[in-house]
Design a protein around this ligand. Structure first.
Ligand SMILES: [Fe+2]
Length: 225
């Protein structure tokens, strides 16, 4: 069994196209979307439609609910792009799911709003806390939201982050996570893409909110907002 998990596409068309091309050589049984298809970048329609077409299961992220629920008036740019049907779909996404692979029960969620922002340098005890919920104890967790991929062990299990497809911090590449069994493997995939094309998409759209910060992030991988 090979399970691909990905998230945080954030309206980055060139990054999503590079992922799409790379996936032709990555056989897999199931693809999970772990939230944040939209927002930030200029191509939310493209990335929203891509996850709907190419993923098998979907979990919502803080941007999906914020935009889908029209929570923040400053996000009107994205509401207008997406339209009511996509926003209703985004707003109705489940917040959590689980899967069991090689005897390990994994909890799947985006990060916010289910938890606070959990990152690669979050202390072990805080990461371990996500392994226990009202529905029981998990041997692993996979989430997104931090925009940096990692695989860690903490008391009680594995804690893995998919990284981000379209808004990576650190290395500005496409990242996602592959889980395989027999034996259990947890692999970060790192795929280069045309960062300059992503910046150019934004330069051509003067209405994009926080445009300069977005351009700097896709070119450098440095958080800029
Ligand atoms: Fe995100």
């Amino acid at each position: 069994m090979r399970i691909l998990l990905l998230g945080d596409l954030h309206g980055n068309r060139p990054a999503t196209q590079a992922l799409d091309e790379a996936l032709k050589d990555i056989p897999r049984d199931v693809t999970w979307f772990l939230g944040d298809a939209v927002g930030k970048g200029p191509s939310s329609v493209f990335t929203c439609d891509w996850v709907r077409e190419h993923c098998d299961h979907w979990i919502g992220g803080n941007w999906d609910y914020g935009i889908g629920g029209q929570e923040f008036p400053e996000d009107g740019y994205y509401w207008n792009q997406l339209g009511p049907e996509r926003m209703a779909w985004l707003n109705g996404l489940p917040r959590e799911a689980e899967l069991t692979l090689a005897g390990v029960r994994f909890r799947l969620f985006h990060g916010r709003p289910v938890t606070e922002l959990l990152q690669g340098d979050t202390p072990n005890a805080d990461l371990a806390a996500v392994l226990t919920t009202e529905s029981g104890t998990f041997g692993g967790a996979v989430f997104a939201d931090s925009h940096r991929p990692f695989v860690r062990t903490v008391r009680g299990g594995y804690v893995c982050n998919t990284g981000s497809v379209g808004n990576s911090m650190g290395m500005p590449r496409v990242h996602c996570l592959l889980l395989e069994d027999a034996p259990l493997r947890m692999t970060v995939l790192s795929i280069p893409y045309d960062n300059e094309a992503a910046a150019e998409d934004a330069r051509r759209d003067p209405d994009l909110p926080h445009r300069d910060a977005w351009i700097r992030e896709v070119l450098t991988g440095r958080y800029s907002r």
